[in-house]
Design a protein. Structure first.
Length: 96
């Protein structure tokens, strides 16, 4: 099993609205991409100095399935919005 984790720091402009918009868009992806087995999107409530604004946890059967997800039109649509409203991301992919 492949685990894909992303954390996001959003730009300050319209931050809360953009977090909700991206969260909603991401949560539709399991219904659109068969290779995406599980997805969980979390919004930070701590607002600590070390915290990021949002996290994404998703799983895939194989590395190839992760590649399919990465290039799927539904994912690319969300990614276009993310690139506009997110300041910084960090990613970890690993085999479980």
């Amino acid at each position: 099993m492949i685990v894909h984790i992303v954390v996001f720091d959003f730009k300050e402009e319209d931050k809360y609205e953009n977090i909700l918009k991206v969260k909603e868009m991401l949560e539709t992806l399991p219904y659109k991409i068969d290779e995406l087995l599980e997805m969980e999107v979390g919004v930070d409530f701590s607002r600590s100095e070390r915290a990021c604004d949002m996290s994404l946890y998703s799983t895939f059967e194989t590395r190839e399935d992760l590649k399919v997800y990465a290039t799927h039109p539904a994912h690319l649509e969300v990614l276009a919005v993310i690139r506009e409203v997110v300041e910084k991301t960090r990613v970890v992919d690993y085999e479980k």
